[in-house]
Design a protein around this ligand. Sequence first.
Ligand code: Z5A
Length: 217
Amino acid sequence: MTGLIAQARLVTLEGGEGVGKTTVLNSLRDALQSSGMEVVCTREPGGTPLAEQIRNLLLDTHHEVPAFETELLLMFAARAQHVRETILPALQRGAWVLSDRFTDSSYAYQGGGRGLDAAFIAELELRVVGIQPGLTLLLDLGVLQGRDRTRGRDLAGHGPDRIERERDEFFERVRAAYLSRAAAEPQRFRVIDATPPADVVAAQAVAYLRAHMDSVQ
Ligand code: Z5A
């Protein structure tokens, strides 16, 4: 018993760097809209003007390196605002919400990657967030393949942000933490192999979404 309230219409996309979340999110949005649903697409950290400013602080490389605890608390500060200003109002009017990352990212990056205590993260989740997704699609890809996919974008002028500059071992721990969470909550997570071409990955994600929609309507 987690004390969290499951929100069937909240669907989250998770995974490491460059796994293709943004690409898949567009296909999920199209599938929901073609079924006549209102869809709100959002992301973390971010999703409100204030939370987007916190995102900029988190990813900026120009200030001193934040303490791991500072990073965690800023993620949850942004999430507190995002849940109250964007997610809950949308769910309350019957919309579906597709979020590119949510609380599982904090368990994977700040818990798995940084080594912060999962019990502390769970306490924040309970007190600050209070809800969990009805469906979480975890796109799983090798760390080096993810890096290859983002390299072109980095070379095109967007240098890597502060977290993207972490070493491969950090991202290996992130990946392991995600897979461990998925194994612990098989009813909520669907793990998708993100190595095939983007249209194949998106089709698998849409199939899982449709099955979930059938189960909640
Ligand atoms: N973070 C955290 O630490 N704690 C938290 O609680 C939260 C977040 C919420 C910002 O997130 C950072 O915040 C993130 C985690 C941390 N840091 N990292 N790393 P973000 O979501 O903005 O950053 P991101 O995950 O790095 O986004 P991304 O690199 O844009 O990944 P993506 O959205 O999953 O990938 P994409 O843009 O859809 O695709 C990447 C490229 O690959 C692109 O050129 C595509 O055309 C290509 N692509 C996509 N799919 C395929 C396939 N199937 N084959 C080949 N190529 C493909």
